[in-house]
Ligand binder design. Structure first.
Ligand SMILES: [Zn+2]
Ligand SMILES: [Zn+2]
Length: 320
């Protein structure tokens, strides 16, 4: 079978390798679609912290069951790419998304940019009639859903989403579905316009929001978000950057504010997103701005890194 491996930053090569072998409790899966996300782009560029090479990228997957003890051959599925130890404190508290020993598929271990993969059954979620495009979007949507679950949004609540990359867009979409009054802060005019046109949100204009969500991972943006919280407000950081964050303690105290991080997503979030697709609440096509086929894979990162491309979500169809 064929696989694509990132040998070092900037180098993605195609290889012919043996098919992976399945053992009991694991399924052999054919990779149908791969969504490309910021993590993949940063890893390819060489600026993803704690990343080691060579590495097979790809964690936003639609797969087809080939051989399994649990699932039927031919069935479409997605995977939860956060492999956890099941025994640490976080796992025992049913928070495997922040497992102390987490191994993210395609980040810490080799991922899905290959024709076939073998994955433990407990990480496989049946597709329930979703298309391959939809299934490959479930993981990034689940990240957004998890951030909102942390915020415990109430209908009618004023929410500010900072950053309109894919995670920000999905956060806006889901917050609106949950009945929040959402505004967006995004310096890139084209991205801002996409939100206004496709998600019906307006640019941030209010002085205070009961929930502020960062989806930028940018230090300045994150530090500016504290002042945007209303009294009694919450601040959820989905985005991640490398520096220490500083903020005014008196300002934070007088608001009796709550600061939270949001890492990965849980099974609940994945089910929530799958159900929204089933109910027709999310249109996959709206977010897929670029499509690639198998033969185009080696050049994909060069293509989507061109600033003129205005990439929202790039989707590779490996097999139909
Ligand atoms: Zn991702
Ligand atoms: Zn654990």
């Amino acid at each position: 079978m064929q696989q694509w491996i990132c040998n070092e930053p900037g180098v993605l090569v195609s290889q012919q390798v043996e098919m992976p072998q399945r053992t009991p409790g694991f399924s052999l899966l054919r990779v149908r679609n791969i969504g490309i996300c910021g993590t993949d782009i940063h890893a390819f560029a060489g600026n993803q912290p704690y990343f080691s090479y060579p590495r097979i990228l790809g964690h936003e997957l639609a797969v087809e069951i080939v051989e399994s003890d649990t699932f039927s051959p031919g069935e479409l599925a997605t995977i939860i790419p956060y492999f956890n130890c099941a025994t640490c404190g976080a796992c025992l508290m049913e928070r495997p998304n922040c497992c102390e020993n987490i191994q993210v598929f395609g980040v810490h271990t080799d991922g899905g940019m290959r024709e076939y993969i073998v994955v433990e059954d407990r990480y496989i979620l049946p597709g329930n009639g979703l298309s391959a495009d939809e299934l490959a979007l479930v993981e990034p949507l689940a990240i957004a859903a998890h951030g909102l679950r942390r915020a415990e949004l109430k209908a009618g609540e004023k929410v500010l989403v900072m950053g309109a990359g894919p995670i920000g867009l999905f956060t806006i979409l889901l917050a609106k579905i949950q009945g929040a009054l959402v505004e967006v802060a995004e310096p890139n005019k084209a991205r801002l316009q996409f939100c206004v046109d496709n998600l019906g949100v307006s640019e941030a204009s209010s002085a205070a929001y009961s929930t502020v969500i960062d989806a930028t991972g940018n230090l300045n943006a994150i530090e500016s978000g504290f002042a945007k919280m209303a009294h009694g407000g919450k601040y959820v950081l989905i985005g991640l950057q490398k520096q220490a964050i500083s903020f005014s303690h008196p300002e934070f105290h007088k608001r009796e504010a709550t600061l939270m991080s949001s890492r990965n997503a849980t099974l609940e979030d994945f089910h929530y997103v799958i159900n929204l697709f089933r109910d027709g609440k999310i249109q996959a096509d709206k977010f897929i701005s670029h499509r690639f086929t198998k033969n185009q894979v080696p050049g994909i990162f060069a293509k989507i890194n061109e600033p003129t491309q205005q990439v929202i979500k790039a989707m590779i169809t490996l097999a139909e």
